[in-house]
Design a protein around this ligand. Structure first.
Ligand code: SAM
Length: 274
């Protein structure tokens, strides 16, 4: 009988987030294929797990997939883990999972932490439809081109970002989406210095510049989707009607833009029409 390939999620910060089933699986399998064996070794020793480790990272995945498939075919069970969170999500593993399917083997998830789901769950932005954009390119031109392709994206967008580029990335998002677009920054989720903010992109830029959001650690940026160009949602129209005459027109448009994520200029024009 062939073994099963378990795809096991591990903590994104707080070790207590390793599920009992993940721990049991890691202890019970014959082999753990890990992105960084030293890193996973520390996790395993914390939980008293002594299973054999095999390095499987982006640069050797194609070769190591064969080793993993052979082990599974010979009846051994294998767990696939990455350094943190759910493997394959901006992490190695998909070639191994694909090879296991191609070989007719059983692939089973042990679900758990992922910065993607964690950030979305606290962002305070629509979750009915969203898209995951992973890491944006590190070079500014390529990053701006990628963002330009998302200018009309109606779904909530999620980006992973490194501490070195989070400020530049917010600047480029402002270029494409406008400073009034609502967005959230989640930093160091589940760790000691966790921060979660929901504000406009312009406000987030100010908070970063002022050090109010600390430029350290790991980040997820979640950006509200675009509302159809030239259109105004019912929610925005109601808000504009409610506030019209009670505050200066520009202030009304600013507040409606903050609340709905729609463009301030478009809302200002709509207010004048109303
Ligand atoms: N596979 C992982 C997952 O399921 O979340 C993601 C791996 S990816 C190489 C690492 C990126 O995930 C980081 O650069 C950051 O954008 C995000 N990330 C991971 N842990 C995080 C945390 N505790 N708080 C915020 N973002 C985190």
């Amino acid at each position: 009988m062939s073994g099963t390939l378990y795809v096991v999620a591990t903590p994104i910060g707080n070790l207590e987030d390793l599920s009992p089933r993940a721990r049991q699986t890691l202890a019970a399998v014959d082999l753990i294929a890990a992105e960084d064996t030293r890193h996973t070794g520390r996790l395993l020793s914390h939980f008293g797990v002594k299973t054999r480790l095999l390095a499987l990272h982006d640069h050797n995945e194609a070769d190591r997939a064969d080793t993993v498939i052979e082990a599974l075919r010979s009846g051994q069970s294998v767990a696939l883990v990455s350094d943190a969170g759910t493997p394959l999500i901006s992490d190695p593993g998909y070639r191994v999972v694909q090879a296991a399917h191609d070989a007719g083997l059983t692939v089973s998830p042990v679900p758990g932490p992922s910065a993607l789901a964690a950030a979305l769950s606290v962002a305070g932005l629509p979750t009915d439809r969203f898209c995951f954009e992973g890491f944006l390119p590190s070079k500014q031109k390529a990053r701006r081109d990628r963002l330009a392709g998302l200018a009309g994206e109606p779904r909530t967008m999620l980006f992973y970002e490194s501490v070195h580029r989070v400020g530049d990335c917010i600047d480029d998002m402002i270029e494409t989406f406008g400073e009034d677009r609502l967005a959230s920054i989640s930093r160091e989720l589940s760790k000691l210095h966790e921060q979660v903010r929901l504000a406009t992109l312009g406000q987030l830029r100010e908070q970063l510049a002022a050090g109010d959001i600390t430029a350290k650690g790991e980040f997820v940026i979640v950006v509200a989707g675009a509302v159809g160009a030239g259109q105004s949602s019912l929610e925005a129209d109601e808000l504009l009607k409610e506030l019209a005459g009670k505050l200066p027109d520009k202030e009304v448009a600013r507040i409606a833009a903050n609340v709905t994520g729609e463009k301030r200029n478009a809302l200002y024009k709509r207010l004048l029409d109303l």
